[in-house]
Design a protein. Structure first.
Length: 99
């Protein structure tokens, strides 16, 4: 098993934070049903309150790719993105860990 992660940086339009969070939760509720997905998290930047970071672990890059290829992916992420001025996504692989 490989330690891989998806991440998104979301810059939300003024006054649309609640709508964005609800759309994001609907998106990841659907995504969490995908084989190989882990727990999805959303954090707000305290210095820039309209900026959010989402992240989730996946069991493999192949599991991520299968999720991204689903026809529903664009529909679900599009609902969350409609509340954003900017969105950037990334896929990461773990290279080091310290306990």
């Amino acid at each position: 098993m490989s330690d891989t992660y998806t991440s998104g940086r979301w810059v939300v339009k003024p006054g649309e934070d609640d709508e964005f969070v609800e759309a994001w939760k609907a998106f990841v509720t659907w995504a969490s049903e995908m084989p190989g997905s882990g727990t999805f998290r959303l954090a707000r930047d305290l210095d820039h309150p309209n900026t959010y970071l989402s992240f989730a672990p996946w069991e493999s890059v192949a599991a991520q790719a299968a999720w991204l290829a689903k026809p529903e992916f664009g529909e679900y992420i599009g609902r969350a993105r409609s509340h954003c001025e900017d969105f950037q996504s990334s896929i990461y692989e773990l290279v080091a860990e310290v306990e």
